[in-house]
Design a binder for this molecule. Structure first.
Ligand code: HEC
Length: 390
């Protein structure tokens, strides 16, 4: 009959913890009131640390019961528990010290302050256990979050590859990432708008305050999908109109998943999804066109000589140390002008010598350009005789 008592006391922990917090903070504040020769606040201070210590013990006991009955993992609670014990012991210690003095020493005040610090940290650890680590920070605006370096990883949505997209799991690799990107901020275990958590399949199956949010095989009657199609000014439209909206591809994939049975496992191919439906989620491995180079971007005035001579020269792309050099405006360029290029030899990645006077003699020089990627030689004096020994 009484077996409910212990778990009930365990559940009282989040209530009971506020007693020592309130009482001890009160005691610590009193320690910093200006004191006369005979400190009139001493009896109150003693009482605060005595009752604060007892309250901390009570809170600790109920916390231990909660840990026992609610299935918390030891690794998660250990710091909080140790902090609680230190707080209780610390309160009694300060109480004993204060009991025997007429006036508060600096040492006692410092101890009281340290106790306050431990109390705060212990409370914070406890808060993390019940509310999760990002409880305070997740409500901050994004730029403040990044200022503290705690910006949550942005949800990227599905990330498929060219080679494996067909074998990707429809639910795990496409649907859940779509929900994470568009819905999870309001529908997660801690923030359950409409009493709905969309962060896992088990939670999805539980539904929200209006019950099931999807019926396998019947997308049209599944709130999870149908609400996305409602006109934006409909108050049931999801996500709320002022928020980022899922793309039409994402909505179509959600529909496909529900239509194909809302299964936990199954590949994109098995659900009959074609490549163009997921094209935008396929990560392209872009191979950089120009060699990646450690050369720092060249200063504009270092190019002044080339430009004066009539050559066109600029970085191949913004921020690159490699150069695009063209003789387009210098048809008189000839073999002896090659020396103009000497100073930037290692940087030339694109060289256009079209319509110039150069002959086979420069071909031999080309191997001295380690980063040369594009070479244009239309209508020059090159006969090709030297190509054999190139
Ligand atoms: C900015 C917050 C926010 C975002 C983002 C959001 N929702 Fe909601 N959602 C709500 C609120 C608030 C409710 C409760 C009011 C209501 O039912 O319209 C709700 C309710 C729902 C319900 C009804 C639950 C029930 O049983 O009553 C569904 C289904 C739903 N949302 C689906 C989605 C889907 C799918 C996404 C992502 C594509 C999404 N929501 C994104 C705020 C949000």
């Amino acid at each position: 009959m009484t077996e409910f008592l212990l778990p009930l006391m365990g559940r009282m922990h989040p209530v009971l913890v506020h007693l020592p917090i309130g009482i001890l903070i009160f005691g610590i504040l009193l320690c910093f009131f200006p004191q006369k020769a005979k400190n009139a606040l001493l009896p109150s201070i003693r009482l605060a640390f005595l009752i604060g210590g007892i309250a901390a013990l009570l809170a600790g006991g109920s916390g231990f019961l909660q840990y026992q009955w609610e299935g918390f993992a030891w690794e998660d609670v250990q710091l909080h528990l140790v902090g609680g014990v230190v707080t209780a012991v610390g309160s009694f210690w300060v109480y004993v010290l204060v009991k025997n003095v007429e006036i508060l020493s600096v040492k006692i005040r410092v101890l009281a302050l340290a106790l306050g610090l431990i109390l705060g940290i212990t409370g914070h650890w406890g808060g993390n256990l019940t509310h999760g680590e990002g409880y305070f920070t997740e409500v901050l605006p994004a730029d403040l979050q990044s200022l503290f370096g705690i910006a949550a990883q942005p949800e990227l949505g599905p990330q498929l590859t060219e080679e494996t997209w067909e074998n990707a799991q429809l639910y795990a690799e496409v649907i859940q990432p779509i929900l994470n990107k568009n819905c999870k901020s309001c529908h997660n275990p801690r923030n359950r708008k409409g009493d709905l958590d969309l962060s896992s399949l088990a939670a999805l199956r539980k539904g929200g305050e209006d019950g099931q949010v999807f019926t396998a095989g019947d997308a049209a009657h599944s709130a999870l999908f149908a609400r996305l199609l409602l006109p934006k000014d409909d108050e049931k439209h999801m996500p709320p109109a002022e928020k980022n909206q899922p793309s039409k591809e994402e909505i179509a994939l959600l529909e496909r998943w529900i239509q194909s049975g809302a299964k936990e496992s199954g590949t994109l191919a098995a659900a009959g999804i074609s490549k163009n439906q997921v094209e935008r989620f396929i990560i392209k491995n872009e191979i950089p066109f120009y060699p990646t180079s450690a050369l720092a971007p060249i200063a504009a005035d270092s190019l002044a000589g080339l430009k004066q001579a009539g050559l066109f020269a600029e970085a191949v792309e913004a921020g690159s140390g490699l150069l695009k050099v063209s003789c387009i405006n210098l048809p008189s360029f000839q073999d002896s002008d090659w020396k103009l290029l000497e100073s930037v030899k290692s940087r030339i990645a694109y060289l256009d010598l079209s319509e110039t006077q150069v002959t086979d003699a420069v071909v031999g020089q080309l191997s001295a350009l380690p980063n040369l990627t594009v070479l244009k030689l239309n209508s020059t004096g090159i006969a090709g005789n030297s190509l054999n020994n190139f």
